[in-house]
Design a protein around this ligand. Structure first.
Ligand SMILES: O=C(O)CCC(=O)C(=O)O
Length: 294
């Protein structure tokens, strides 16, 4: 499978980024065209060297919790800063804070630089009470959206069901590739319908920031669909998967809740060891983490 490059960019992309910002003072900011061409190329080069993994939702050698079924996640993932392995469950304060976030590779320089700017923007635009003490974007979920190969057929799995991000403080995301239809929706009972509170296209290069009680706590968010119009295929090559959009979601896990692999309890270490072994095949960081646990 040969990755195709993005179609030729409009010439305005070579100059200053054509910023189109929309702000809701209740805690939402969108800046289309935030990622400039040079950063974009560096991110694509970085992505080409990544080896995302397929995780299972629950530990593989134990029965799934009652009412749940074991399943592979819809898409391959990679985490930076710290890794929230699905089988350990995600970071969910106030109760789910221990052994949920495992030390992972640092952000590459291009993302670290963007994150510094994004943190400064968040502090400028959001009220103080939306930004907890100590907040900084130290974890990033890299989501790959596209088609997965199943039983000889390509299945579109470019969506995310409604959920909230539990990490405290503002969440930021950067999008590359085909545009995605992102919606904030009210909570409701099963089977009840409700109009989205905000529908937003996230274009190639968009920055989205959200924070505060309305966007972080009261509303849920989801990806309804990702366009499939340009035939773009983004790196890296992933067996059985074709990526047409990559999203980096940056969040904050308090540093004291980030734990090195070697310091996980025995059962938790056993649950994630196969993933860490897989990561260690390509990542010196995880090879060291593995060695430290021997
Ligand atoms: O892909 C996106 O834009 C959103 C991803 C998301 O909802 C999440 O990582 O929690």
């Amino acid at each position: 499978m040969k990755p195709r490059s993005l179609p030729a960019r409009r010439s305005s992309w070579r100059g200053p980024a054509p910023l189109r910002a929309g702000t809701d003072p209740r805690g939402h900011l969108i800046v289309q065209g935030y990622v400039r061409e040079r950063a974009r190329q560096q991110i694509l080069e970085y992505l080409a060297r990544l080896h995302p993994i397929w995780e299972f939702r629950f530990p593989v050698d134990r029965p799934a919790p009652r009412g749940e079924t074991q399943r592979r996640l819809l898409r391959p993932v990679y985490w930076l800063g710290n890794w929230q392995f699905a089988c350990l469950d995600y970071y969910r304060p106030p109760k789910g804070i221990f052994e949920r976030s495992v030390g992972a590779e640092p952000f590459p320089p291009v993302l670290a630089e963007l994150v510094r700017d994004i943190e400064a923007r968040a502090r400028r635009i959001f009220p103080r009470e939306y930004v907890p003490a100590g907040w900084h974007l130290n974890t990033c979920l890299v989501n790959f959206y596209g088609d997965r190969l199943e039983g000889g057929r390509w299945i579109d799995s470019a969506r995310v069901g409604e959920h909230r991000d539990f990490e405290p403080g503002p969440v930021a995301s950067l999008s590359l590739g085909e545009r995605a239809l992102f919606q904030f929706v009210p909570r409701r009972k099963a089977g009840e319908r409700a109009e989205p509170a905000l529908t937003q296209w996230l274009d190639d290069g968009a920055l989205q920031l959200f924070a505060g009680p309305l966007y972080k706590d009261r509303l849920l968010h989801r990806i309804q669909r990702v366009d499939d119009r340009t035939g773009v295929e983004l790196p890296p090559e992933i067996e059985g998967f074709r990526t047409r959009r990559v999203n980096f979601t940056f969040r904050y896990v308090p540093d004291e809740h980030v734990i090195p692999f070697a310091r996980l309890s025995e059962p938790a270490r056993g649950d994630v060891r196969p993933y860490v072994e897989e990561l260690a095949q390509h990542s010196p960081f995880f090879a060291r983490a593995l060695a430290a646990a021997r």
